[in-house]
Design a protein around this ligand. Structure first.
Ligand code: PMP
Length: 998
C-alpha cells in the first residue's frame, strides 16, 4: 500500500521518501521520511475539495500574515496547487496534500506543562486568531456540533446520561451558556481553529531551555465564530489534567491577551464557554458510546472531562476576576470608579477607632523583619498573644508576607514545602481590647459571625457600602468582641461614625494580641462570607485588585500602609555590582532565603523549601539551642585562647571522647580551609617532608595551601595548576573509575596507585609529608571507596614516613548514620583529623585533632595562635552542636532516614535507566545520572535539569562530581519521613519528565 502512495509523492511533489502510517480516524495520514520530513494526507473518498482548500489556504494565510505563529507549511504540488486528486489502489479518487512535519511532541505527551509553556500556547493561539481575523473562505460557514455558539444542542440529549447529578451538571452548564448567549451573539465571527486540543499543539525545547510551541496543527474543525470560543476551547484542554487549573488558565489567557488584546466582555465569557466545550465533549462521547457499545475506549476517554467538571478545583465565582487581572484589566466594571471615589474621599471618612491614625507607627510582621514565629510551621499561643510594639496604637502592613499563618488552612498540597498563603490583605490596627469601632461611612450590615477557632477571627463583621454612583463595595472587621455586636442584624443600616463593635481580647479574638483586621473588597463574588484575609503570593495579582489597600478609608496615604517588599531582583542587581563574578549563585532562577527552621528554608515571600542539600546546618537551621547559647555567651564575653576558659575544655573533651584514644590533642580554627592548612603544617613539622599525595578531584578549602592540595580547584578552568609537591592518585570510584565493583581486588588495586606516587617522589628526591583525603570524596562525586582502600593506603604512606590526614568536614559528626566518622567505615585511625563547617551549625569553626606526638613536633616551632579559633563563643557553639546530635538522636535519625532514602532511590534506579548508581551512607548520598546505564556516560545536562526542576518544586538539591552529573543529597540531620517521601515523589516526577524529553 505504501508503495502506491510513495509513487504518488514522487509523481506529484517530486519527493522520494519512505512512508509510515499515522493514526487518523477517517483519512490516511503518512509520515514521509526523506531528506526532509513531511506529512502526506490522503483524504477519505467522500471528502470535499473546498474543505481541504479551506485548510490549506488558512495555513498559508497564517504563515504569510504572522510568520511568528508556528503552523506547518503546505508543500505545493509540482503544478503549484495546494492539493490534487489521485486514484487510490481501488481506483477511488482521493484528495492528497502535503505539509511540513513539525519537530516536537504533542502537548498531551509533553512534560511538564509549565506556566511559561501554557503562556506560550496562549501567545500562539492569540497570534493565530489575530492572523485569521481577515481570513475569508466560503467553507467556513457551516453548522456543526463543534461550533460552540450552537453548543446548547447538548440540552436535547441530557437524558442519554445515566447519572442524575451529571444530568443536572450539564443542564446547569447549558443554562449558564444561554444566559451569556446574547452577549456572545453580539461578538463578531472570525475564522477560528476551533480545536486547539492537546494533540494539536506541538511542543519542543532543549532540556535546559524553555519549552515552546513549535506548531499548531489540524485545521479540520475550522469554522466562523467569535475568537473567544477558540481561546475557551484551548482552555478546556489546558485545564483538564493540570494540578492548578486556575493558574494554568490565567497563564493561557494572559498569553493570548498579550498578542491579541481581549475585552472584559470577552474575558467574562471564557469560563462558561470552556465548560460548555467540555459538556459538548462528554455528551458527544456518550452518544458515540451508545452507537458503539463494544468500544469501551469511548467511555474511558470522557473520564478527565467529567472529573474536571465535577471537581471544585476552580472557584468559578472568582474565575472572571482572576482572568481579568491576569490580563491587567479592571477586576470589575465598577472597580476604577470605586477606587477613584475612595481616593477623593480620603480624609473625610469617620475614624475607624475614633482617632486619627496619621501618627500611628507601622510595625512589621514580615518574613524579613520579624522573628515571630520561631517555628514557621507553628505559631504558638504565646507568640500570637505577644505580638506587640511599644505604642498604644500601631498599624500592621497591607500586602506584607508573613510567617504567622501556620494553620493547615493556609497551606496547599500534600507537603510541608508546598505553597502557603502568606500575604496579608488588610491593614491591622493594634489597639487595646474594648477599643470602639466606628463605621467609616454609611453602611448596611452584610454579615456577622463568631469564629472561635484558635488563631481565627473571633468576632467578625462585614459591612456593605455604596458610592454615590451606586457601586457597592465591602469592608471587613476581624478580631472583635462578639458580644459587642450581638444585636446587629443582617441588612441593618449604620450611619457614618456610628459605633458598631469593640475590639476583642485574646479570649475572644482567636488568641491574638488585640487588634482590628481591616480589609476592603471591591466584590465578594466567589468569596462567600469566608473572605481570605491572606493570599498566596503567586495569586497576589488577583487579590491585590480584589482587596486593595484600604488606606483611603483609614484616611491614610496608601504608601504608609503598603508593605515595602524586598525584591529579589534588586538584591541580585546590587550583588552584581558589589561582588566579584566568581562568587556564584545556585540555580538558573536564584533563590533568596530570609528564614530557616530545621531542614526548611523560607524565601522572601514566606514560601518554604525543603533543604536536602546543606550540611552546614547539621542540627537544623535556626536551632533554638544554638541561638540561645550564642546569645548567652555574647552577653558574657568573647575572647581568645590566650586566656583560660572552661568552654575550651568542655568542647575538646566532647570531641576527643568521640575519637580513638590516640587522637587527643585539639587545635581550634575558623574554617575547614584553615584546619587543612594547619594539618599540612603539622604533617610537615612532624615528618620534615613537603610532598603530599592526594586523590584526584579532592577539595580541602579556599586558602592558598588548601587549594594546592585540591585538584578540584587547581585543575579547574583558570586554576593555578598542580604544584610540583602534590601527587595525584585516581579517586577510588568503583562505579566509574578504572577498577569497578565486579573486581574483588579493586580496593587494593586503587591503593597500589600510591606506590607509583611514592616512586615519583623518591625519583625526584622529594620527601613525603603525608596523604590527605576526604574520607568519602564529596565534590569528587559522593564516592564511597571500597572497604580496605584507606587501610592499605595508610600502610603504604606510613611505611614511607608520611602521616595520614582524614578530611572529615563532610563525613563526620554522625551524618553517615552508622558511623560517627567516615574513617570508622574504613577501619582505620588517621594521624590527623580535620573537622569543619557542620560543627558550628553556621558559626565558623574548624578543628584539627591529632596525636600528642605530632602536636609535640609542631610545638617545636613558633607560637600557634588563631585569633578567633577557639573563642569562647566558638567553643560554646561547637559543644552545643555535638550535644544536640547526641541528645536529639540525630545520628540514629540519619541512619533511619538515610536507609529510607537510599531504598527509595534504588527504586528509582530500577525505574529509570538514567539513574546509573545510588550510593551513600546515612544522609551522605550521591545519585549518579548517566545517559544510559551501560555506557555510564555522565548525564551532565540531565543533572542540571533535575537540580533546577527540584528547586522549582521547592526542594534544594545540588550536583557534584568531575562531570557535575551526580545529585548530591546531604540534608540537615533533622529530616523526617514525610520529607523523604517528598524528595522521592518529586524526584520520580522530574525523572519522568527527563525520560519524556530525551
Ligand atoms: N574540606 C572539605 C571536604 C570541604 O567540603 C570543605 C568545604 N566545602 C572544606 C574542606 C573547606 O571548608 P571551609 O569552606 O569552611 O573553609
Amino acid at each position: 500500500m505504501n508503495t502506491h502512495w510513495q509513487q504518488v509523492l514522487k509523481q506529484i511533489w517530486g519527493i522520494e521518501a519512505t512512508l509510515t502510517r499515522l493514526n487518523g480516524e477517517y483519512d490516511l495520514n503518512f509520515m514521509a521520511t526523506g531528506d526532509c520530513h513531511y506529512i502526506l494526507k490522503v483524504m477519505r473518498a467522500e471528502c470535499k475539495a473546498d474543505f481541504v482548500d479551506l485548510q490549506c489556504r488558512a495555513f498559508d494565510h497564517i504563515r504569510n500574515v504572522a510568520s511568528a505563529v508556528p503552523v506547518p507549511a503546505i508543500i505545493k504540488t509540482e503544478n503549484g496547487a495546494f492539493f490534487t486528486t489521485v486514484a487510490d489502489e481501488t481506483g477511488a479518487n482521493r484528495i492528497v496534500w502535503l505539509m511540513e512535519k513539525i519537530a516536537g511532541k504533542v502537548y498531551a505527551e509533553w512534560k511538564p506543562h509549565s506556566v511559561d509553556l501554557i503562556h506560550d500556547v496562549g501567545v500562539c493561539v492569540g497570534g493565530m486568531d489575530k492572523a485569521l481575523q481577515n481570513f475569508e473562505h466560503p467553507a467556513l460557514q457551516r453548522d456543526f456540533k463543534w461550533n460552540l455558539t450552537q453548543g446548547d444542542w447538548v440540552a436535547q440529549h441530557i437524558n442519554t446520561i445515566d447519572d442524575v447529578d451529571r444530568q443536572r451538571l450539564i443542564s446547569d452548564i447549558v443554562q449558564e451558556f444561554l444566559a451569556i448567549k446574547p452577549v456572545l451573539d453580539k461578538l463578531p465571527d472570525i475564522a477560528i481553529h476551533n480545536d486547539v486540543n492537546d494533540y494539536n499543539i506541538i511542543v519542543d525545547g532543549l532540556l535546559n531551555a524553555a519549552a515552546h510551541v513549535t506548531g499548531l496543527i489540524d485545521l479540520g474543525d475550522m469554522c466562523a465564530a467569535p475568537r473567544i470560543c477558540d481561546l475557551a476551547i484551548t482552555g478546556a484542554y489546558i485545564v483538564l489534567d493540570h494540578p492548578d487549573p486556575e493558574t494554568a488558565l490565567a497563564a493561557l489567557v494572559k498569553g493570548y491577551h498579550s498578542i491579541y488584546p481581549l475585552t472584559t466582555v470577552e474575558v467574562d465569557l471564557i469560563w462558561s464557554l470552556l465548560r460548555l466545550r467540555l459538556a459538548v465533549s462528554v455528551v458527544n462521547s456518550t452518544l458515540m458510546a451508545q452507537a458503539n457499545p463494544d468500544d469501551p475506549y469511548i467511555v474511558i476517554s470522557q473520564t478527565p472531562a467529567w472529573a474536571f467538571l465535577e471537581s471544585s478545583k476552580v472557584n468559578s465565582g472568582l474565575i472572571a476576576a482572576r482572568l481579568r487581572t491576569a490580563c491587567g484589566l479592571p477586576i470589575t466594571n465598577a472597580a476604577t470608579r470605586i477606587q477613584t471615589w475612595l481616593d477623593k474621599e480620603r480624609g473625610n471618612f469617620a475614624p475607624v477607632i475614633g482617632q486619627n491614625l496619621s501618627d500611628a507607627p507601622m510595625g512589621s510582621l514580615s518574613v524579613e523583619n520579624a522573628t515571630t514565629p520561631q517555628n514557621p510551621f507553628d505559631l504558638t499561643q504565646q507568640e500570637a498573644a505577644g505580638i506587640d510594639m511599644e505604642a498604644p496604637v500601631w498599624l500592621g502592613y497591607y500586602a506584607e508576607p508573613r510567617l504567622i499563618y501556620t494553620d493547615a488552612a493556609f497551606s496547599k498540597g500534600p507537603w510541608k514545602a508546598g505553597n502557603r498563603r502568606t500575604v496579608h490583605l488588610g491593614v491591622d490596627v493594634f489597639a487595646p481590647a474594648q477599643t470602639r469601632i466606628y463605621t467609616p461611612l454609611a453602611a448596611s450590615v452584610e454579615f456577622t459571625d463568631n469564629r472561635t477557632g484558635h488563631l481565627d477571627y473571633g468576632g467578625i463583621v462585614i459591612l456593605r457600602h455604596e458610592t454615590p454612583d451606586g457601586d457597592t463595595f465591602f469592608t471587613l472587621y476581624g478580631h472583635l468582641d462578639p458580644t459587642s455586636f450581638a444585636k446587629l442584624s443582617s441588612g441593618q443600616t449604620l450611619a457614618k461614625g456610628e459605633v458598631f463593635a469593640t475590639l476583642g481580647d485574646i479570649t475572644q479574638n482567636g488568641g491574638w494580641a488585640p487588634h482590628l483586621h481591616f480589609q476592603l473588597a471591591l466584590s465578594t463574588d466567589g468569596m462567600g462570607d469566608d473572605w481570605a484575609g491572606v493570599a498566596d503570593p503567586d495569586a497576589l495579582y488577583l487579590w491585590r485588585e480584589l482587596c486593595p489597600n484600604p488606606a483611603a478609608i483609614l484616611n491614610l496615604p496608601d504608601i504608609k500602609t503598603a508593605y515595602p517588599q524586598i525584591e529579589k531582583a534588586d538584591v541580585l542587581a546590587a550583588r552584581q555590582t558589589k561582588f566579584g563574578d566568581n562568587l556564584k549563585l545556585t540555580y538558573a532562577n536564584p533563590v533568596m532565603f530570609l528564614r530557616g527552621w530545621k531542614h526548611y528554608l523560607f524565601d522572601e515571600w514566606g514560601q518554604p523549601y525543603l533543604d536536602s542539600y546543606n550540611n552546614v546546618p547539621h542540627v537544623g537551621h535556626a536551632h533554638p539551642r544554638i541561638a540561645a547559647a550564642a546569645f548567652d555567651q555574647l552577653k558574657r564575653m568573647n575572647a581568645n585562647t590566650r586566656y583560660l576558659h572552661p568552654a575550651q575544655i568542655a568542647f575538646a573533651d566532647k570531641i576527643t571522647a568521640k575519637l580513638p584514644d590516640a587522637l587527643n590533642v585539639c587545635f581550634f580554627v575558623n574554617s575547614g580551609s584553615e584546619a587543612n592548612e594547619l594539618a599540612l603544617r603539622l604533617a610537615r613539622a612532624h615528618t620534615g617532608g613537603k610532598d603530599m599525595i592526594t586523590p584526584d578531584h579532592g577539595y580541602h578549602g579556599n586558602t592558598t595551601g588548601a587549594i594546592d592540595v585540591s585538584a578540584y580547584k587547581f585543575n579547574a578552568k583558570g586554576g593555578i595548576g598542580q604544584p610540583d609537591w602534590v601527587h595525584l592518585v585516581d579517586v577510588a570510584d568503583d562505579y566509574r573509575g578504572q577498577f569497578r565493583r565486579d573486581d574483588p581486588d579493586r580496593a587494593e588495586k586503587y591503593a597500589r596507585l600510591i606506590d607509583e606516587a611514592i616512586n615519583v617522589i623518591t625519583s625526584k628526591k622529594g620527601k613525603l609529608a603525608g596523604f590527605i583525603a576526604e574520607t568519602f570524596p564529596s565534590v569528587g562525586g559522593q564516592i564511597i571507596p571500597p572497604v580496605g582502600y584507606l587501610a592499605s593506603v595508610y600502610k603504604k604512606i606510613r611505611a614511607s614516613g608520611g602521616v595520614c590526614i582524614a578530611d572529615e568536614v563532610q563525613t563526620g559528626l554522625g551524618r553517615l548514620g552508622s558511623y560517627y566518622f567516615g574513617f570508622e567505615q574504613q577501619n582505620i585511625i588517621p594521624d590527623i583529623v580535620v573537622l569543619g563547617k557542620p560543627i558550628g551549625n553556621g558559626h565558623p569553626i574548624g578543628v584539627v585533632i591529632t596525636t600528642r606526638e605530632i602536636a609535640d613536633s609542631f610545638a617545636c616551632g613558633p607560637e600557634y595562635f588563631s585569633t578567633f579559633g577557639g573563642s569562647n563563643l566558638s567553643c560554646r557553639m561547637g559543644k552545643e552542636v555535638l550535644d544536640i546530635v547526641d541528645e536529639e538522636g540525630l545520628m540514629e535519625n540519619a541512619r533511619i532516614m538515610g536507609d529510607l532514602l537510599i531504598t527509595g532511590l534504588q527504586g528509582l534506579q530500577n525505574k529509570y535507566d538514567i539513574v546509573g548508581d545510588v550510593r551513600g551512607y546515612g544522609l551522605f548520598i550521591g545519585v549518579d545520572l548517566v545517559t544510559d546505564s551501560t555506557s555510564r556516560k555522565p548525564a551532565t545536562q540531565v543533572a542540571e535539569y533535575v537540580k533546577n526542576r527540584m528547586r522549582e518544586n521547592r526542594i534544594l538539591m545540588g550536583t557534584e562530581g568531575p562531570f557535575d552529573n551526580i545529585l548530591k543529597i546531604r540534608p540537615p540531620l533533622t529530616i523526617e519521613e514525610d520529607d523523604v517521601a517528598m524528595i522521592l515523589t518529586v524526584l520520580d516526577q522530574v525523572l519522568a519528565e527527563v525520560e519524556n524529553r530525551i
